[in-house]
Design a binder for this molecule. Structure first.
Ligand code: SF4
Length: 317
């Protein structure tokens, strides 16, 4: 039964971004066109539910290009890859469908342009993340990872007057700003990216959670543990004043011990999370007395990306 003193603040925007919509639709369309199995290099997006659902339809997820049978079709994930992966695919005679988000491709192009102009590039990002590996691979030897403001003091470049910075698309805006400021202090001639690298979806979801967090005793972020943008939402919620915040893959992960003393629960979800998982969390909360939901909207999103060219009607054999 709904307790009138308890409420949910539901952040908007939340969930699927345009890049994830496109990547998931890419796998579904390829399955329709070519039939199962369709090979996908790495998790198409960082969400366990989405990956399992696509596996049931016939997608086969592999870690390395060499696991794809010669001559088969492979889809590259939304996070982007280094050019060496395209070379490996060509060597195995694979047909490549590239589901890299266009906003990641934009960062790749910026890296190559800065390198062509003679700059060393400082990439603000998290070590080991797939997107970071792909971006570092664009111009090996000319791009250096800076994982946090402390590393701004130790990174080595060829010419301190010829440096530019870029960032991973899914960072916390505040973290990237802090690290960029530390880099600028060390390299006064540092050149900034031509436009924001942290994508619109990451920024919008962080703004929305910042709005609900100060009023929330608990913020539940729906998302998988390997999702960078989802993990950042937990951090942003705590920094913005939430008393507690937890990442949950689904309602099954919610611990009733988080609820005592809470009257306002915030809910949001990462950019790779289908809405059905948020609905499950809202149902769980309603069953525990939090049936009243106020939606807090901080932006409207209209961005859409078309499918990779190979899947568009005029490019099919
Ligand atoms: Fe693209 Fe941003 Fe979505 Fe990543 S989070 S897939 S960069 S729109």
């Amino acid at each position: 039964m709904t307790d009138p003193s308890r409420r949910v603040l539901l952040a908007a925007p939340r969930g699927y971004c345009a890049g994830v919509e496109r990547a998931v639709a890419t796998v579904e369309r390829a399955l329709e066109l070519y039939g199962a199995p369709v090979y996908v290099r790495h998790q198409i997006v960082h969400n366990a539910y989405v990956v399992r659902a696509l596996e049931r339809k016939g997608a086969v997820f592999v870690e390395e290009t060499e696991q794809v049978p010669e001559g088969a079709t492979v889809i590259l994930s939304a996070h982007g890859v280094a050019p060496v992966v395209h070379a490996e695919a060509a060597a195995r005679d694979l047909t490549v469908i590239d589901a890299t988000c266009p906003l990641v491709t934009k960062v790749h192009k910026e890296a190559r342009r800065f390198a062509d102009d003679g700059y060393d590039i400082l990439l603000i990002g998290h070590e080991g993340h797939e997107e970071v590996i792909g971006t570092l691979g664009q111009v090996p030897g000319r791009i250096h990872l800076v994982d946090g403001a402390e590393e701004a003091g130790t990174v080595v470049v060829r010419d301190e007057d010829k440096v530019a910075w870029l960032s991973q698309t899914t960072l916390s805006v505040d973290e990237a700003t802090t690290t960029a400021a530390a880099l600028r202090q060390r390299f006064p001639a540092l050149v900034s990216p031509p436009s924001d690298d942290i994508c619109y979806a990451t920024q919008n979801r962080q703004e929305a959670v910042k709005r609900i967090a100060p009023d929330a005793d608990l913020v539940l972020v729906v998302g998988s543990a390997n999702s960078s943008n989802s993990k950042r939402l937990v951090e942003v919620a705590l920094t913005a004043g939430a008393r507690a915040s937890h990442l949950v893959d689904s309602a099954d992960d919610i611990d009733e011990a988080w609820l005592p003393g809470a009257t306002t629960v915030g809910v949001t979800s990462g950019a790779s999370v289908p809405e059905v998982l948020v609905e499950g969390v809202l149902d769980w909360l309603a069953d525990h007395g939090f049936g009243h939901v106020d939606v807090v909207t901080t932006a409207q999103e209209t961005q859409q990306f078309s499918l990779p060219r190979r899947l568009q009607p005029q490019h099919q054999d």
